[in-house]
Each structure stands twice: as structure tokens, then as C-alpha cells.
Ligand binder design. Sequence first.
Ligand code: AMP
Ligand code: MG
Length: 354
Amino acid sequence: MLMFTDRKKYYFAPVFALLFCHAILAPGCSRRPARISRLQWCSMGTFAAVQSADSDTAERLRTVAATRFSQIETELSAWDPESTLSQVNRAAGSDRAVPVSDAFLDVLRIATTMNHHSAGAFNPLLGPVLHLWGFGSETTPTATPDRHALHQAFSLAECSALSIVAIDGHPAVKLARPGMRLDFGAVAKGYAVDLAWQDAQRQGLSNALIDLGGNLRALGEARPGRGGWLTGVKDPFNPDRLIARLLLRDGEAVATSGNYERFVEINGERCAHIIDGRTAMPVKGIAAVTVIAPDAATADALSTALFILGAEQGERLLADHYPDSLALWIPDRQPAAIIASEKMEVRLDRTAFP
Ligand code: AMP
Ligand code: MG
């Protein structure tokens, strides 16, 4: 049986419900607190949302965030044939370098740094491999991709064949081999959230939450004295159940990668949309990873990398390169169990659910 689905946009809905519930049911309040305003729209192929107890802040933040998200979509979308990313991919092997923005370069650097730190597990050049597994393509495979084709596609995921050059003093990107294809699906949304968060700060907006497809970043707190924004960790095997909660502090970001978000089913087996950059095969054994990081681009890239690496190697990656980030892994076997990194364990509230 073959199936294709994208459940990411539904995945966080109960988390919002939780945020909302906690906002309106503040214990010890004698007066009924104002509702949290939540504004939602579609962007970058998923949902975007902002929240604040102050409706004016929510409105202004939506304008700020929508502008940034559109800008990043125009540059980094793998689906838009006119995006800068598509132009770079089309020019692969042609000797032509395509001028790119600072934002493009930032994302490229975050992705190639993560490739280096994860010893190849994370790789922004897996586009052709993802395509063969049915991601980023209109067609879905009916069987495991042909070995020869997979090998061929995998040989194009070579970061040394990617170069940044200068054209008239402006940065430009070149992919040396025909068929090479960049994919920023693991980091672009988090990066867009950071840009919106910075704009919001510059405009003096506070006490709000920005979200793009499950990449969240906090500004201030949900309510005075709350200390941040409460967010839930969902049971990947039961979408209606939360198995833990976390308080997202001012400035922090959280991201989740899960095998239930996007997958293909080949011969009855679920194949996650996250591919191991060391083997070109879909990652097995992990149902979900949640990361808290100082910024949303790092949280986004890390959640994907740690999904591939698993808890043991992942803990090492955090200790060696991302000491300010925390993570939890949920293995792909029921009932859902949480493996938390040392620093995450301290922050995790596993008990607070009715
Ligand atoms: P996320 O939901 O943030 O974990 O990102 C998943 C997306 O990242 C996929 O849909 C692909 O576009 C892309 N991706 C899949 N595998 C990898 C990988 N090994 N390295 C970098 N990006 C990947
Ligand atoms: Mg990611």
C-alpha cells in the first residue's frame, strides 16, 4: 500500500489549545484574564500563527511575520520554480553562479555547519535522494527506489561541490555537478521565524509567540509572572494526548521533527521524510524529537539532525557543539517514552496532564 500524507499542520493544534487553556485558567487570578489572541494563516506550505494576550500586538506581529515569511518563501521555496533556490538548482553543473541574498547565505551556512557537526547525517544536498523517496516530487514511489538510481542521487549530495563565489562584490552560489539540488526544508522555517522575531523586537513588540509549522519562538511571556510560554509535547502515537510540557522562556525557540508529519508508505512500511545523510535511507527507530535552542534556525536544524543521530550520538553532538540546546527523543515503539538530554530533563514536566 502506498500513502502520502502531511500531518504537520494538524500536529500542533492541541498545543495551541494547551497554551490557550493555561492562559485563560491562570490559577489564583480573581479577575478573569483576557483571552489570548491567536491569528493563523498559511505560509511556506504550512500554517503560520502568532499569539498574544494583547490583540493589537498580535495584529502587528502578524504583519511583521507574514512579510518575513513571504520573503523567505520567495527565496528558499523548493516548490516555486522562480525562487532563488530553484534558480540555483537549475543552474547546477552549468558553470553559472546565481546571486543570493544574505538570508540565503545564512541558511546555507547553518545547513553546511550542521552537515559538518553531524558528520554528514544532516545534508542540505539530499534533494535528489529525497526526490527518489517521493518527497519534493509529484509522484510517490511504489517500491524502494532502485539501488543504482539511489546511489547516483546520493553521489550528488557532496558539499565540496558547492561553492560561494563573488560576482561584482555580491555573493553567489554555484553547484558544480548537473542534477545537484539544495533542499532547505530542515531549516528555512526556523530561520524565517528568527527574522520575524528580530523585526518584532526592533518594533518593541513583546509578550507574544511566533510559530511557523511547529517552529516556535517566544517574545516575553504569555502573562505577567508566567515566565514564558507553555508548550506541550505530544504523544506521536495518539495525537490527542500530551505526554509532557515545557516552559519556553523569553527568546527561546522550540522545534519538533516527527515521522508522523510527512511520510510515504511503501509495502506497508512507513518511511519518514527525514533521510539519513550517511546512508540515503529513511530514518527508522525514532518517532519524534523536540529541541529547545537559543534561536529557531538552530532548533529547526538540530531537531532534524538529532532525529537522524538518535539519543546517544545526539547527546554528544549537543555537548560538543550546542551546549545551550536541549533535546528529547521519543522512540518509535509504543507506549510513548521520552529520552531526555540531561539539561532537558530538568526543564521537562512529565506530570501535569489530566
Ligand atoms: P524537519 O521537519 O525540520 O525535520 O525537516 C524535514 C525536512 O528536511 C524534509 O522534509 C526534507 O526537506 C529535509 N531533510 C530530510 N532529510 C534531511 C537531512 N538528512 N538533512 C537535511 N535536510 C533533510
Ligand atoms: Mg528541522
